[in-house]
Design a protein around this ligand. Structure first.
Ligand code: KG4
Ligand code: ZN
Length: 350
C-alpha cells in the first residue's frame, strides 16, 4: 500500500520543496518547516513536567506530546509563513525512542499528511541527528565522514558514506554519554537534564582534581556504566567524610567527571580516524552541545589534519528541522512510503 498520490514524483515536484517535519521521540515536541537547506521554522515545546522527577517519565511525555503537537504545528506554519498547500511532504520520526512518545508523532503526522493529500516520510532519528549537518548555510561535511553521535539515548561512531548510507562502527554497550552526564548530575543533586548543568559548572572547575579509571572496551565500542558506579562510590565516600563535600567541590567534580566522559569519547574517535583513515570528523546529538567537547575538537583540528564539523546549538539537541532534512534526502530517492508504518522504539540503521 502506497500513500504517494499518482502525481508524486521526485522529478516533477517543485525545487526546492517545502517539507514539514514532526519530532516526538522523547520529551521534546518539535515541528519544523524547511525549504532546501533553509530552516523556515523550528519550533520546540520542551516538557518541564519531568524536571521534578529527575528524568523523563514516559507516560507524562506521551500526554504532553498529545497536548502540544497541534499548537506546535500551528506555530511552525505561522513562523514559516506558509499554508499546508505549499508543502510537498511531511517527515516524521518513527524510531528509535519511547514507544508512547513515538506513537503520538507517527499517528499525527501520517494522518495530517493524508488529510492534506501529501506523502508522509518515516525518518530514523539517529540518522537525522547526523543529517543536521546539512541544515543552514555553513559548509557541509564531505563524504565519507566519521560522525560521533552522542545523545541521551545513544552513543555511536558512524561512518557516513552518503546521506542515507551510514554504518555504525562502534557504540556504547550500556549507558549513553548523555545518560552518564544526567545520572551523575542526579547523584550530585543537580536538576534534569544534567548535561548542560555539569557543562556550566565544569567551566569553573579543575578537571585534574579527581581521577577516574577508563574502562577497557574492545575496538570502537564504549561503556559508561562502570564510570557511573565509580563516581557514585567516590561521591558517597566524599559525603561520608564531609557532608558538604559535593556542594563545596561541585565545580571540580563536574570538570573531572566531564573530562572522564569526554576522554572515553575522544579516545574512540581518534581510534576510528586511525582505523578508517578518514579525517573528516563531525559530532551530533545533544552532547555535541557540550562546550568541553567542542573545545577539544577545535584544538584537535588545529594540531592534526582533522577537518572538524560542529553543528549549531539549535540542531544538536532534539529538533524537527533535522527530521525535515532527513525527509528531504529520502524524497530524493523517489521511494514511496506506506501509511501502515508503525513506531519502532529500537530502530537501527538498515
Ligand atoms: O539528542 P538529545 O536532545 O536527545 C536524545 O535523543 O537523547 O540529547 C539529550 C542529551 C541529554 O542527556 C542532555 O543532558 C545532553 O544531551 N546534553 C548535554 C549538553 N546539552 C545537552 N550534555 C553535556 N553537555 C551539554 N552542554
Ligand atoms: Zn536525539
Amino acid at each position: 500500500m502506497s500513500n504517494l498520490p499518482a502525481y508524486f514524483s521526485a522529478e516533477i515536484m517543485p525545487q526546492p520543496r517545502y517539507i514539514l517535519a514532526v519530532e516526538s521521540s522523547c520529551d521534546d515536541t518539535g515541528v519544523a518547516v524547511i525549504r532546501g537547506n533553509e530552516v523556515l521554522s523550528n519550533v520546540i515545546a520542551n516538557q518541564s513536567v519531568h524536571e521534578k522527577y529527575g528524568g523523563v517519565v514516559p507516560e507524562l511525555a506521551s500526554r504532553a506530546h498529545a497536548q502540544n503537537i497541534v499548537p506546535t504545528l500551528t506555530e511552525a506554519l505561522n513562523q514559516a509563513n506558509i499554508t499546508p498547500g505549499d508543502l510537498s511532504a511531511v517527515a516524521y520520526t518513527y524510531g528509535p525512542g519511547l514507544m508512547g512518545s513515538l506513537h503520538v508523532g507517527v499517528a499525527f503526522a501520517k494522518s495530517w499528511a493524508w488529510a492534506h493529500g501529501i506523502p508522509s516520510i518515516p525518518v530514523n532519528h539517529m540518522q537525522a541527528h547526523v543529517l543536521a549537518h546539512f541544515l543552514g548555510p555553513k559548509s557541509n561535511p564531505k563524504f565519507p565522514f566519521i560522525c560521533l553521535t552522542v545523545s541521551g539515548g545513544h552513543t555511536q561512531l558512524v561512518k557516513v558514506k552518503s546521506a542515507l548510507d551510514m554504518e555504525v562502527l562502534g557504540e556504547t554497550r550500556d549507558d549513553a554519554a548523555g545518560e552518564a552526564f544526567d545520572k551523575v548530575a542526579k547523584l550530585m543533586g543537580l536538576p534534569y537534564p544534567g548535561g548542560p548543568v555539569l557543562d556550566r559548572l565544569a567551566r569553573e572547575g579543575d578537571s585534574k582534581r579527581y581521577q577516574f579509571s577508563r574502562p577497557r572496551v574492545a575496538a570502537l565500542d564504549m561503556s559508561f556504566s562502570g564510570l557511573k558506579t565509580q563516581i557514585w562510590q567516590f561521591l558517597q565516600q566524599g559525603q561520608q567524610q564531609d557532608p558538604h563535600f559535593v556542594r563545596s567541590n561541585k565545580n571540580d567534580i563536574a570538570a573531572s567527571v566531564q573530562a572522564a566522559i569526554l576522554g572515553i569519547l575522544m579516545d574512540k574517535l581518534q581510534r576510528a580516524v586511525d582505523e578508517t583513515g578518514i579525517q573528516e570528523v563531525a559530532i551530533a546529538g545533544g552532547v555535541s552541545a557540550n562546550s568541553g567537547l567542542r573545545k577539544l575538537l577545535l584544538s584537535k583540528e588545529e594540531e592534526s589534519g582533522w577537518k572538524v564539523h560542529i553543528p549549531p546549538f539549535e540542531y544538536c539537541t532534539d529538533n524537527a528541522a533535522m527530521i525535515a532534512m532527513a525527509g528531504s534526502k529520502l524524497i530524493e530517492t523517489g521511494e514511496s512510503f506506506p501509511l501502515d508504518i508503525e513506531p519502532k522504539p529500537r530502530l537501527r540503521f538498515s
